[in-house]
Design a protein around this ligand. Sequence first.
Ligand SMILES: NC(=O)c1ccc[n+]([C@@H]2O[C@H](COP(=O)([O-])OP(=O)(O)OC[C@H]3O[C@@H](n4cnc5c(N)ncnc54)[C@H](OP(=O)(O)O)[C@@H]3O)[C@@H](O)[C@H]2O)c1
Length: 263
Amino acid sequence: MDLKLKDKTAFISGSTSGIGYAVAKILLREGMSVYINGRSQNSVDTAISQLKNEVTDASVSGIVADFNQPRQISKIFKTLSEVNVLINNVGIYSSSSFFATSVETWQEQFQVNVMSGVSLSKYYMEKMLHQNWGRILFISSECAYLVPTDMISYSATKAALHATSRGLAQLAKGTGVTSNVVFPGSTLSAGAKFFLQEKAAAEKKSVQTVEENFFRNERSNSLLQRFATTDEVATTIAYLCSPLSSATNGTIVKVDGGSSGGI
Ligand SMILES: NC(=O)c1ccc[n+]([C@@H]2O[C@H](COP(=O)([O-])OP(=O)(O)OC[C@H]3O[C@@H](n4cnc5c(N)ncnc54)[C@H](OP(=O)(O)O)[C@@H]3O)[C@@H](O)[C@H]2O)c1
């Protein structure tokens, strides 16, 4: 399917690997100019060369910025004054009990997961409104609904994105700009692999056992009963970037393998 994105520009936060990287690959194949992002020059350069190997004539650039360092965000605006598609993908997560989670961890997760999207949207959305076209996406998580007790802070950051996205969609009422939330379930990215390894070490079990127990006990509602691949999630995100998705606005699109339930 032609997503009609040729010659448009996208910025994807936190995209040197995982879901963001998989989205970058699809958008580049659609002929977009894509700016990826990570915290180090090395990771950004490596991802750019991988993308150039995977996609012929990829128009890909990178911007190094750590969203936990708010001052670094201005580097993005200096390099890239306008985008047609903004994908607020960066998100950090870890497993720890509510009582063991420090206030600093809460602040860091809000800074990276929520304030990154707030700052980027404040800057780029006005220009989208001026052009009367744009796509803003917030990558949430099944945790916003499930609220696992070992991930309360992370779940709270994701729930905050839902209100933010809905508010932006309302601001864009009657225009060609949309703002939506994508709601992935457990997805086998590098971050998720690390998460499984951490859990395996903490529980003194193999990663395979932890993964099996995870779907048996913690995600028993998952109809997929396995981790989604990053490509499976990225295809939905890419569709929502497209002009073809123009009637989808101010809403949440689930790619959660059925884990959050509901009809
Ligand atoms: N994987 C899942 O199971 C899952 C499920 C539901 C929702 N999600 C959400 O989907 C999104 C992507 O998740 P993922 O699992 O694909 O990601 P991931 O593998 O954990 O993320 C890695 C990417 O995030 C970048 N990153 C991390 N911290 C950053 C920071 N402070 N500033 C800038 N970049 C940063 C990394 O860049 P460098 O290493 O190059 O710095 C890398 O590109 C997140 O919002 C996550 O919450 C994931």
